[in-house]
Design a protein around this ligand. Structure first.
Ligand SMILES: Cc1cc2nc3c(=O)[nH]c(=O)nc-3n(C[C@H](O)[C@H](O)[C@H](O)COP(=O)(O)OP(=O)(O)OC[C@H]3O[C@@H](n4cnc5c(N)ncnc54)[C@H](O)[C@@H]3O)c2cc1C
Length: 495
């Protein structure tokens, strides 16, 4: 029997995971990625002999038996060079000039914080209960036939910040518990409690870096797709989805070639996905307008520092530093406030040295801060832009210098990325770090499910349900469940 053909638009993490799952399950998969490099926000790039990461820096909950471990096992990703962060300190959160340490494991995290603080016992226990509860919900959430049924749950309809304020009296404890949350946009009115708790729960269970760059994940998924008879095309954009009688029949690429298919999955931003379908009676103008008008989260500014050999010791944990003011105000604030929150990540040494060669500093950046260059393209943004980036890089370096003395003198080279870099390298709308901004007051509108009004066109990726490597992996399973027997797939994964 002829295999059913699936064409996947975009070879980011979500597209590649869908490709891998479907190719393993007998589909004839073709992935088309517009960039030369696969991976989107998990791609890494080389400068000299050094590998630098684009977006993703670490993942949570890869311990044996945990959901991501099972998913990565199924996708053949577990033998990549994963490195577990320290047990006693996986994250250091600095507020003002005081450090607090996150231990790995929810119970250990709670016990350690109680010891460090000497108070807040009940509130920390309550927060750990929440982290444990959402942890239990991952597999049931995948079992739902209609993911939107979840939206009536209190976890989705409550703003995370409101929950924290209701449950926790001392503002300092709210700061400490939110202090490692630059991995999401801390919007005090909109961010659903479920996303806040699920992301934090996973990273608190355990944190993992990959030695040698995120690109290896993309390459491994691509290899697995090819080994199962699939095709991976890079450096070519899908320009249009052609349809007949309401269903999509083919993808037209920018080089003019046409790829026929029975099913289509888009890993592109939902708004860009709709642009690919020119006219289709099933996609009403109202739906198009609704998706087009959805706001995206802000972006990130990343400073990658190439350090002199033997200058800064590798730290097997992350540092998050915030000014005294609430991270719920600082996160994704505009330029008027300057740098007020950063995440510092140390790239594992490329050899057996105890010193790192690359330190990344990430800070939120809104498009408004780089508005004047928004119509420019890569390498053509001019000297003012270069100066802006360098000034901002030094602002970040100065902000963290009291915690990392000697950092400034250790720098050999500085590389920077703004949301414009992410937009133009990774093809992500507005260079948004986490895709469509989910709003707990308006879930039906802001949390899209894989289905589209066209019966053989589906979506996947961070803009749908939850962002980040775990969120995108869960969404890939939901997307593939539209084409496969869901219970069989979950059983094969080990759920
Ligand atoms: C700075 C930063 C740091 C982050 N850190 C972490 C972290 O530490 N841990 C974590 O878990 N998550 C992190 N994330 C988030 C995580 O990286 C993303 O959620 C995830 O990688 C998104 O994957 P995706 O498949 O949804 O989309 P994307 O990575 O956006 O991939 C979409 C792909 O589709 C392609 N495409 C789009 N349109 C077309 C077209 N028309 N034709 C062909 N191809 C097309 C794009 O080129 C792209 O490759 C970070 C993100 C950023 C920005």
């Amino acid at each position: 029997m002829d295999k059913k053909r699936v064409v996947i638009i975009g070879g980011g993490l979500g597209g590649l995971q869908c490709g891998c799952i479907l190719a393993k399950n007998g589909y004839n998969v073709t992935i088309v990625e517009q960039n030369k490099l696969l991976g989107g926000y998990i791609q890494s790039y080389k400068r000299g002999k050094h590998i630098l990461d684009t977006g993703f820096h670490y993942i949570g909950a890869l311990d044996e038996g945990k959901p991501l471990n099972k998913i990565f096992g199924y996708l053949g990703l577990l033998d990549l060079p994963w490195l577990r962060l320290d047990n006693d300190i996986a994250d250091e959160v600095i507020i003002g000039d005081k450090s607090y340490y996150y231990a790995s494991g929810i119970e250990k995290f709670g016990e350690s914080l109680k010891k460090q603080l000497g108070e807040f016992y009940e509130e920390i226990d309550e927060y750990c209960r929440l982290l444990n509860e959402v942890k239990q919900q991952i597999v049931p959430s995948l079992r739902r036939n209609d993911p939107s049924e979840l939206f009536s749950s209190e976890y989705y309809t409550t703003p995370a910040y409101q929950y924290l304020k209701n449950k926790i009296k001392d503002p300092l404890l709210i700061e400490i518990l939110s202090g490692a949350s630059l991995k999401m946009e801390l919007d005090p009115e909109k961010l659903p409690l479920y996303i806040f708790a699920q992301v934090n729960s996973a990273f608190i269970q355990s944190g993992w870096r990959i030695k040698g760059g995120g690109q290896q994940i993309a390459e491994r998924l691509s290899e697995n797709i090819k080994n199962n008879g699939g095709t991976v095309i890079t450096g070519c954009k899908v320009k249009e989805l052609l349809d007949k009688d309401g269903v999509v029949t083919a993808a037209r690429l920018e080089n003019g070639s046409i790829i026929d298919g029975d099913f289509f999955i888009s890993n592109a931003h939902p708004s860009n996905t709709l642009d690919l379908v020119k006219e289709n009676k099933l996609i009403r103008n109202l739906y198009r307008k609704r998706v087009k008008n959805l706001a995206n989260t802000g972006g990130m500014f990343t400073v990658s520092l190439l350090l002199k050999e033997g200058s800064i010791k590798y730290q097997n944990y992350n540092i998050y530093k915030h000014k005294e003011k609430s991270s719920w105000d600082n996160s994704f604030s505009d330029k008027k406030n300057g740098v007020s929150s950063v995440m510092v990540s140390f790239l594992p040494p490329e050899d057996d040295s105890e010193y790192t060669r690359i330190v990344d500093i990430l800070t939120p950046m809104q498009m408004s801060e780089i508005e004047e260059w928004k119509d420019t393209s890569l390498f053509k943004r001019g000297k003012d832009y270069e100066k802006f980036k360098l000034d901002k890089a030094y602002e970040c370096i100065d902000f963290i210098s009291d915690r990392l003395p000697g950092l400034k003198d250790s720098i050999e080279k500085i590389y920077t990325s703004t949301p414009l870099t992410y937009r133009d390298y990774c093809g992500i709308e507005d260079g948004s770090a986490y895709g469509i901004r989910k709003d707990c007051n308006n879930l039906m509108l802001t949390m899209l499910t894989p289905k589209t009004p066209i019966p053989n066109l589906f979506m996947t990726g961070q803009s749908l349900m939850i962002h980040g490597v775990l969120g995108v992996s869960m969404t890939a399973i939901m997307t593939c469940s539209e084409l496969l027997d869901k219970e069989n797939l979950l059983a094969d994964i080990g759920f």
